[in-house]
Write a protein that binds this ligand. Structure first.
Ligand SMILES: Nc1ncnc2c1ncn2[C@@H]1O[C@H](COP(=O)(O)OP(=O)(O)OP(=O)(O)O)[C@@H](O)[C@H]1O
Length: 318
């Protein structure tokens, strides 16, 4: 049995029944590093709070390590580690005191499970007498991870652990997760950063409480059906407008300093001829300085595509 299973979980908030999680189903495999990827407000925290037994779903069911999230909440709390999105440690306690506190709550000690946190803890040990509130963002994050691990959980929930953390600490954090995976801990991590998706074994892309896709990052990228071009010109706004009107365009959207143009694949057109056609179309629209190159889709491109397809399906259902 998979360590985390969700069946049609739905959650609404308030009197107006604002839908935050919409019939979400997926399962996480043993020892997997599983990413819940989506922007702010997508429903990631709500799903985490349901799975960690801190909140009840309106409907649907879920199990963690075979335990039901409603009936067996005590068992679940003993076998999971949870690092909430916002810094959850005691700011006025030192690094060491925080760690001792979390170990004691679970009837354990730092010594008992030290091997599990050793690689991470050595990096913050020089500051063990410093109050948690006085640590840098990256250090706080490492301490929070140690505290979530100190009772040796078999499933670890990390809610946006890298949000607001500098790029170097972000990279280090993912390396730490890779090492933890080798200890056979199942890890579910949420992030709004699309580039972190490729560091997971499998991912669920989520938006407006709905799962758009669950698969390996490689499979999601390789199922992208369109031809994709990165286009650049001085007048960014006009470029995006004109490309949006290009015949055969599935989508045109801002992507860093480029505009990404997705074109439906068709037979019989050579790539070079296609490029020339786009450039002459743009020149005809008064954009004469455009440059373009074919580019490989990223998870973000896949996300944008799935999103517009999902919205289209919603609209046609209404
Ligand atoms: N206690 C609450 N009362 C009302 N609405 C809520 C509450 N908590 C969350 N929501 C709403 O539910 C939706 C999903 O929120 P959730 O926090 O689960 O998303 P998220 O993907 O974790 O995003 P974030 O990173 O912003 O927390 C959002 O629209 C949010 O505004």
């Amino acid at each position: 049995m998979e360590p985390v299973i969700l069946h049609s979980i739905t959650k609404t908030y308030g009197k107006e029944k604002k839908l935050a999680v919409d019939k979400v189903s997926f399962a996480v495999k043993q020892g997997e590093l599983f990413g819940l990827i989506g922007p702010d407000g997508a429903g990631k925290t709500s799903i985490f709070r349901i799975l960690t037994t801190l909140m009840l779903a309106d409907s649907g069911s879920a199990t963690v390590e075979g335990f039901d999230v409603v009936k067996d909440f005590k068992e679940i709390r003993n076998c999971i580690g949870y690092m909430p999105g916002r810094f959850s440690l005691y700011q006025d306690l030192t690094v060491e005191e925080n760690l001792k506190f979390f170990a004691t709550v679970f009837g354990s000690s730092i010594r008992e499970n030290y091997s599990l946190i050793h690689d991470i803890y050595v990096q913050i040990e020089p500051f063990k007498s410093r109050r948690a509130g006085k640590l840098s963002g990256g250090m706080k994050q490492k301490l929070a991870l140690c505290c979530a691990l100190i009772h040796k959980p078999s499933v670890l929930f990390l809610d946006e652990p890298t949000t607001g953390v500098d790029p170097v600490s972000r990279k280090e954090f993912w390396q730490m997760l890779k090492q933890l995976k080798q200890q056979n801990i199942t890890i579910i991590v949420s992030t709004p950063y699309m580039d972190e998706a490729t560091l997971c074994d499998r991912i669920a892309l989520i938006q407006n409480g709905s799962i758009l896709s669950v698969d390996t990052p490689e499979a999601i990228v390789s199922s992208y059906p369109d031809l994709l071009y990165a286009v650049k010109a001085e007048n960014y706004y006009r470029l995006i407008t004109e490309l949006g009107r290009y015949p055969g365009a599935s989508a045109a959207y801002a992507f860093g300093e480029h505009v990404h143009l997705a074109l439906k694949r068709d037979k019989g057109h050579l790539q070079e001829a296609k490029k020339e056609k786009i450039l002459s179309y743009l020149a005809g629209a008064g954009i004469k300085d455009a440059t373009l190159k074919e580019t490989k889709p990223t998870i973000e491109d896949c996300f944008i595509r799935l999103l517009s397809r999902n919205e289209y399906e919603r609209e046609t259902r209404q």
